[in-house]
Design a protein around this ligand. Sequence first.
Ligand code: SF4
Length: 226
Amino acid sequence: MQTLSYTRWALYHKCPRSYLLDEQRKAQVDASKFIVGRAVHTLAETWDGALGQMLAGADDCLRATLNKANLNWSGARYDKELARAKKLVIALEEPLRPIIIQDCKREEWVRKTVLGVKLRGPIDILVPGVIYDIKTSTDTKWLKVDQLLFYAWLAGDIEVGVFITPAMKKKLHYHRMYPAKLAEVELGVTKAIEGIRKQQFEPVITPGCGQCDYRQWCVGRAVPAQ
Ligand code: SF4
C-alpha cells in the first residue's frame, strides 16, 4: 500500500473486513453511477458566472466526464442524467454563490506522508481557516464529518469545515475542527496503516452491518439483512 485516501481509511476504520472485501470487489463496481455527481461537482468548482452559464455548462461537463470515464451514453439515458445534473446545479447555486465570490482556492490538493504512505485529498473550496466540501446528494444522512476532519488534518490550520449540499432545508452544515478530534484522526490513520500492513481484517459487527454492501460475503456477519 503506497497511498491511502479518505474513503479507504474510512472503510478500514469502520470495519477492516469491509475494507478487504471492497478491495477484492472494487473492479466490479459500476463507475457510471458516479458520473452525474462528478460532472456537477466539476461544474460547481469551476463556476464563477451566472446560473444560466452553469446550466449551459452542465451539458459540456457531463460529456467531458463521460469521455474521461470512456463511457458512451446517448439518447434517453443521457437526457435523463442531464436533467438530473441541471436539477442539482439549480439546487447548489444558492448556497455556492456567496462563497464562490470570495478569494478562494478550488480543487486544492492537500498532502501528508505517514509511515511512508502518501495521503492526499481534494478540498473543493478553501479559504483561510475554512474548508468547504460540496455534496451533490440531497440526502444529508450521508454527510461524514470524519471526511472534513481528515481533510482538515491534511491541510493543517483549519478551524471550521462546512458541507454544501442541495438539500432543501439546511444547505450549509458547519463543524468545528477541534484539535483533539484532529489528533484522533491521526491516530486512526496510523492504526489503519499498521493494520493493513499486518493483514488484520477482522469483521466489526454493529447494527450498521444490516446496510453493509458486503454482508453476503462476510464470514463474520451476525446481523440479518434488513
Ligand atoms: S457485514 Fe458488518 S462485519 Fe461484515 S464486512 Fe460488513 S460491516 Fe463488516
